[in-house]
Design a protein around this ligand. Structure first.
Ligand code: ARG
Length: 467
């Protein structure tokens, strides 16, 4: 067995079980790019500050290039006895170029190294997720665009509520995704500060230039407090929180579409390319991808809870527990990326069944609230300023009760029947009944009225550059 890089004060090596238990190389090798990037910036800074010769720096930079290439070619041998990505790369560099490499860890600790790597990694990951969010937004807007004028029942409590344009409903998800993206951008702004040079926790007595490394790595500035720099994982928590909220949004979309794909609803049909069958029931065609979008939100939430729990009992500065932040972080990002991608593909491969939806619309008195608004505007001898909403609510409620007893729709009631409930009804009431008429009456900002929805759609088409 080789001596550890930290082996000087030890007389014997760790047991195999401890080695297996403590390693992180099996998952943190995913940070190799960021680790090498950080080492390049660090070596350049050390040479600039006279802490290393230019020729040692050049040897290190060449060696790091070779190591990066060999990792990317799949030729690099990751060793568990070298614990983690940082020591694997440093030890391999020493094997490769010898003495100069032993100067690389000057004024650096794995504590500031790992957190620098992680911040760089998160910065890229945020960018990737932002790209996928936009991809899904485009898919949803395109789907809305394809379904102009289609009215669907709007639900509250999963009971028929009011008629809405399908476009309106689809765009509601686009809005949510926009805020999801905003949270990620906020998170990236806050995480983009450089811990490198904080060393173990206290900084260093050597004349390093932390501003130089921070700027070389594209950070806004070095972190002000070296203890804070190696202690906190709040940016991981923020990222995992943002991902959890995105995942919950996607889970709700999944639930809605799974429901709508059921025989009972029958509002949408996914194409074969986004459906799967049953191993026993030959007739089955299941919307599995969206069920899994719903299901996988659980692990994204779990990842957040894992890291919250991980951090809550830690004293300040680095503790080895923090090694456990990586797997949940990687898992959350990978899972959300997949959820976004598959949701977009589902949106690209789904058809709304106009006929089924049309048939479903008359049930549930979706026009009742529009009727109540009609009465509010109706001036009469008894109510010169229109009927108070509570009163009109009651009048319509009694009209609905009449429909229920007669098993018909509001629009089927004769004017005499309506007038028997309240004489205020006039012939023009029929312009407010039926889902089509009802939708036409919506005019408030953000409402389901066709003009309002067309404006929303235009806004997104332009914002997403879809023209
Ligand atoms: N593999 C460790 C991690 O992921 C790197 C830092 C280890 N530092 C230490 N002093 N043991 O957190």
């Amino acid at each position: 067995k080789e001596t550890k890089l930290w082996g000087g004060r030890f007389e014997e090596g760790v047991t195999d079980a401890v080695e297996r238990f403590s390693e992180s190389i099996s998952f943190d090798k995913g940070l190799y790019k960021q680790d090498i990037m950080g080492s390049r910036a660090h070596a350049a800074m050390l040479a600039h500050q006279g802490l290393m010769s230019d020729s040692d720096r050049d040897c290190i930079l060449q060696g790091l290039d070779k190591i990066e290439k060999s990792i990317e070619a799949g030729e690099f041998v990751w060793r568990t006895d070298r614990e983690d990505v940082h020591m694997n790369i440093e030890a391999a560099l020493i094997d490769m170029i010898g003495e100069p490499a032993k100067r690389l860890h000057t004024a650096r600790s794995r504590n500031d190294q790992v957190i620098t790597d992680l911040r760089l990694w998160c910065r890229d990951a945020v960018e990737n997720i932002l790209g996928r969010i936009k991809y899904l937004q485009v898919a949803l807007v395109a789907l809305a665009n394809k379904n102009e004028g289609l009215i669907v029942p709007g639900y509250t409590h999963l009971q028929r509520a009011q008629p809405v344009l399908l476009q309106h409903l689809l765009l509601s998800y686009v809005e949510q995704l926009e805020r999801d993206a905003g949270r990620l951008v906020d998170c990236r702004d806050r995480l983009n500060f450089c811990p490198l040079g904080a060393c173990a926790l206290a900084g260093t007595g050597l004349p390093i230039d932390r501003f130089m490394t921070a700027s070389a790595l594209g950070f806004n500035a070095p972190m002000r407090n070296s203890i804070d720099a190696v202690s906190d994982r709040d940016f991981v928590l923020e990222f995992l929180s943002a991902n959890s909220i995105t995942a919950v949004h996607l889970s709700r979309l999944g639930e809605e579409w799974v429901l709508w794909a059921s025989e009972e609803f029958g509002f949408l049909t996914p194409s074969d390319s986004v459906s799967t069958g049953s191993s026993i029931m030959p007739q089955k065609k299941n919307p599995d991808p969206m069920e899994l979008v719903r299901g996988k939100s659980a692990r994204v939430i779990g990842d957040l809870v894992t890291v919250l729990t991980l951090c809550k009992g830690l004293p300040q500065a680095y503790n080895r527990d923090l090694q456990e932040d990586k797997e949940p972080l990687f898992d959350s990002v990978k899972t959300v990326m997949g959820m976004l991608e598959v949701s977009a593909e589902f949106a690209q491969n789904v058809t709304f069944n106009r006929e089924r939806i049309q048939k479903a619309l008359p049930a549930g008195h979706l026009d009742a609230t529009t009727l109540a608004d009609y009465l509010v505007k109706k001036a009469s001898w008894f109510f010169p300023a229109g009927i108070p909403f509570r009163t009109s609510h009651d009048i319509v409620g009694r009209s609905v009760a009449l429909c229920v007893s007669k098993n018909c729709q509001l629009g089927d009631l004769t004017l005499d029947e309506l007038r028997s409930i309240n004489p205020v009804f006039e012939e023009d009431v029929y312009e407010f009944l039926g889902v089509e008429n009802s939708v036409k009456k919506f005019c408030s900002y953000g409402s389901t009225g066709s003009k309002c929805v067309a404006e929303q759609l235009g806004f997104w088409i332009e914002k997403l550059g879809m023209e």
